[in-house]
Design a binder for this molecule. Structure first.
Ligand code: ADP
Ligand code: MG
Length: 481
């Protein structure tokens, strides 16, 4: 299959639904909190009772504008809402309020490894409820289904990309960056596994060098970044096989089954006219003044790409900058440590070293530890001032994370401050040299790598409290005489 892959170019466009983190629904006052008793967040608007009217939640618009600006979109002066009709038990009204031809955001892009991926549009819409397939054998053999409408009416922003991606890796990178952006903006949890961010992948193939796109299949039910990659790889191979055998790819919606590792046909792809879109008569077109846009823009936090660039400017490696930005809580923690005047490189060494190892080991996040930015900044300043050695710092950071104690407190309790008095170190050097006459002879006969042995012994004597550089110089001076 790999050699066949070389004959084809892969074309991918993603439709991403981001659940907006508002307190109430997009057109109703019900709460949006996850995990409530089924059908408890269901006022008559959510249930689609006759005679009720939707009222637009302004916070959804604010979040839509903010996200649109972060995606370099234009926010038109006017957008409107439309009804998208389809019949399904999780949709009580028989239609979804969405935006069709006048969305809130148009014409944006984000950059992935230096390449611009176009964003056609982003529009506001309401989510549907959930069907719980119950009965005998669960999903496959369920004998009945239950409807939970708590999610119905939850605000979504659907972000539609241009068909600009050319590989599964690129699609994943785009999705990851989008997830970073919504998280830093605080508009969405960005959790694929829990469904607060969902992705439909449109995939087609064409012969290399062709300008005409092939027919696309739309893949739904992709619940993780790795599943997205697997689904694309599978689908590309499936389409190549069809074309190689002289067949034609049909436009359809397919479902990714992450257990079976395959896509299955779900339904023929609807065209827009199947939905009988028409303007929502119960909502006026929404006029967004330029002042409103600027008000939202003024609240724009630093975006992931800007953060990465700033970190690199501080001397962080590309790798370190990426890893820290990828974990928002770590990045926000790091920023607080920097704001307290800590040396960035020392801070990164701790964060990427001992701290990351501990978090990984314990399977927790930085916020789950008792370490405060103030305490890390103080630890770093103790090292910079020479009060403690870097090694001692590494030894006590775990205790700081576990107990919340400050570095100076631990240093005081354990008597760990660095021995800076050269005379005191000299005494210990002398003691160690005298206690090891054989090694001294061997060293003087040319086994100079025994220097490490002496330094090690002295560090042991001082419990790591002597300055290694001073120790080195003193031992060398004494042995070379
Ligand atoms: P719909 O809403 O019916 O799914 P859209 O026109 O909004 O249709 O397109 C959906 C997505 O499909 C967009 O992300 C777009 O980039 C992508 N897309 C369109 N044509 C192709 C193609 N030939 N191959 C891959 N993706 C495509
Ligand atoms: Mg679609």
């Amino acid at each position: 299959m790999n050699s066949l892959r070389d004959k084809y170019e892969v074309v991918i466009g993603l439709e991403v639904h981001a659940q907006l983190k508002t307190k109430s629904k997009i057109f109703a006052p019900d709460g949006t909190e996850f995990g409530q008793e089924p059908n408890t967040q269901t006022c008559p608007i959510t249930l689609g009772m006759p005679g009720v009217l939707p009222v637009l939640n302004k916070e959804c618009v604010n979040m839509g504008i903010l996200l649109g600006l972060a995606l370099n979109c234009t926010i038109p002066e006017r957008c409107k809402f439309d009804r998208k009709q389809y019949f399904y038990p999780d949709l009580p009204k028989g239609y979804q309020i969405s935006q069709y031809d006048e969305p809130i955001c148009v014409n944006g892009h984000i950059e992935i490894n230096g390449k611009k991926i176009g964003i056609t549009r982003a529009h506001l819409e309401e989510d549907a409820g959930k069907l719980v397939h119950a009965g005998a054998d669960g999903l496959a053999g369920s004998t009945y289904s239950l409807v939970d409408l708590n999610r119905a009416g939850t605000p979504l922003l659907e972000i539609v990309s241009e068909p600009d991606m050319r590989s599964a890796d690129e699609a994943r990178a785009y999705m990851e960056e989008l997830r970073n952006i919504v998280r830093y903006l605080g508009v969405c949890d960005g959790n694929l596994e829990e469904g607060s961010m969902r992705c439909d992948a449109n995939i087609s193939i064409m012969p290399k060098g062709s300008k005409v796109f092939g027919t696309r299949a739309e893949i739904k039910n992709v619940n993780s970044f790795s599943a997205l990659q697997r689904a694309i790889e599978y689908e590309v191979d499936r389409q190549i096989e069809i074309v190689e055998e002289g067949g034609e790819v049909v436009q359809e919606t397919r479902l990714w089954d992450d257990n079976a590792k395959e896509t299955r046909s779900m339904r023929g792809k609807e065209d827009a006219h199947d939905y009988r879109y028409f303007p929502e008569p119960d909502l006026k077109p929404l006029v967004i003044s330029r002042e409103w846009v600027e008000e939202v823009r003024a609240k724009m936090p630093e975006l992931p790409a800007q953060k990465r660039a700033r970190y690199k400017g501080l001397g962080l490696s590309e790798y370190d900058a990426n890893v820290i930005v990828e974990q928002m809580n770590l990045a926000l923690f790091f920023d607080k440590v920097l704001a307290l005047g800590a040396n960035p490189k020392t801070a990164v060494n701790f964060i990427m070293g001992e701290i990351a190892a501990y978090l990984k080991e314990e399977k927790i996040e930085i916020n789950d530890t008792k370490l405060t930015p103030e305490n890390l900044a103080e630890l770093i300043s103790l090292i910079e001032k020479g009060t403690i050695s870097n090694n001692i710092g590494k030894q006590i950071i775990t205790e700081m994370m576990q107990t919340g104690k400050s570095a100076s407190k631990i240093v005081e309790e354990k008597g760990l401050s660095q021995i800076t008095d050269e005379g005191a170190i000299k005494e210990i050097v002398k003691k160690v040299v005298e206690a090891n006459p054989d090694q001294v002879t061997a060293y003087r006969n040319g086994k100079t790598n025994l220097l490490g042995f002496f330094v090690g012994q002295i560090m042991k004597e001082t419990k790591g409290r002597a300055n290694p550089k001073t120790v080195n110089e003193l031992v060398k001076g004494m042995l070379d005489n």
